[in-house]
Ligand binder design. Structure first.
Ligand SMILES: Cc1ncc(C[n+]2csc(CCOP(=O)(O)OP(=O)(O)O)c2C)c(N)n1
Ligand code: SF4
Ligand SMILES: [Mg+2]
Length: 342
């Protein structure tokens, strides 16, 4: 009885209305050893800044574990725990459940504590997708799973993941003389998949740290709304994507402006596009995807034909998908729909 009626209260984290309203306190500070220009480190900093001090962070193996916990140093100011590579979902659920039980038994002060588990694309979108999916079915436990997507298994030297873009050069897909493109699969659609398949999950969003306030506000919304929530962050990675570290912010912007990575949130089944993605949905022209691809060494081997194929796939997301850039079911044209009705 007590178990089911026990409070599921969350912290009420109002959105920051503009950059000047963002709090100055930091909970991810100096002491990490990520590469210069690492966008994922910025994501950690913004994520926990948005969440505030009463937060527990759990992190899967990967760059954001290894580079952030060099022996005897850590940038984390809030309680932090490492979890196994494929276990962000289990860690989030277990921690949320553990806190709830300790509070119910009076062993801890009863208060809403944010639980955030982060994972990389390898740990989250490949290895740990089952555990994340399971967690998103447990509406009685509040947690946020944030997938930081640097599009490779970066920590172990840039191996291909299910989130690596079409044609990219990785240590598992080096372009060769006989075969120019080793990796010819289109990347997974994690946010769309999580949103479409988890009716108990009230909030799914996509973010990019190039749009910091938008990103922090989505973290705050995810934590406030409660239950299990999911955010997918696209993170430029100078080492894996092979570009000058000063371009991280610009590449994040280009991913949005080319339409490759749409910014949106789905709250209680209602979809809202954000920022430049919303402008694109409202008719603004997308930048050519070559502007994004050709700034990165991992696509340096691309021919005009490869660029055209990539562009065509992005065009398809916008012109043919049922919901542009979100859900990849092809729209039925009017004639086909009419036939089906008969
Ligand atoms: C079960 C298991 N297999 C392999 C590894 C080795 N490993 C450590 S980090 C890592 C890469 C993880 O990639 P991702 O989740 O994308 O995070 P990133 O390193 O890119 O930040 C791998 C393969 C491991 N720690 N555990
Ligand atoms: S390899 Fe990429 S994700 Fe890892 S620390 Fe370096 S820039 Fe960051
Ligand atoms: Mg990765």
């Amino acid at each position: 009885m007590a178990e089911t009626t026990f409070s599921n209260a969350t912290q009420i984290l109002e959105p920051f209305r503009g950059i000047k309203r963002v709090t100055i306190e930091e909970y991810f500070t100096s002491g990490h050893r990520t590469c210069q220009g690492c966008e994922s480190a910025l994501v950690m900093k913004l994520m926990v800044k948005a969440a505030g001090p009463r937060t527990i962070v759990l992190g899967s193996t990967g760059c954001m574990y290894v580079a952030n916990t060099t022996y005897y140093t850590t940038p984390w100011v809030v309680p932090w725990m490492h979890t196994q590579l494929g276990s962000s979902g289990s860690a989030a659920l277990g921690t949320a459940a553990g806190l709830k039980v300790l509070m119910r038994k009076g062993k801890m002060k009863s208060e809403p504590i944010n639980v955030i588990a982060f994972c990389g694309d390898g740990g989250g979108a490949d290895m740990g997708v089952g555990a994340i999916s399971a967690t998103l079915t447990h509406k009685e436990y509040n947690s946020l799973i944030l997938l930081y997507d640097n599009e490779s298994y970066a920590n172990t030297d840039i191996q291909l993941s299910g989130m690596t873009p079409y044609g990219a050069n990785t240590t598992f897909s080096p372009p060769g003389k006989v075969k120019r493109l080793i990796h010819t699969r289109w990347k997974k659609n994690m946010a769309g998949m999580m949103a479409a398949g988890h009716p108990e999950c009230r909030y799914v969003a996509t973010v990019c740290a190039s749009y910091a306030v938008d990103m922090m506000n989505k973290v705050r919304r995810a934590l406030t709304i409660g239950g299990p929530t999911f955010i997918h962050s696209l993170d430029p990675c100078p080492k894996g994507w092979d570009y000058d570290p000063m371009l991280s912010h610009e590449l994040g912007e280009l991913a949005i402006e080319t339409g490759l990575f749409p910014l949106y949130e789905i709250e209680d089944g209602v979809l809202k596009f954000y920022g430049k993605t919303k402008a694109i949905v409202d008719g603004r022209a997308r930048k050519p995807v070559r502007e994004y691809l050709l700034k990165q060494g991992r696509f340096a081997h691309f021919t005009e034909e490869d660029l055209a194929h990539f562009q065509a796939k992005v065009d398809e997301m916008w012109d043919k998908w049922e919901i542009p850039g979100v859900i990849p079911f092809k729209r039925l044209d009017a004639a086909r729909a009419a036939l089906d009705v008969k």
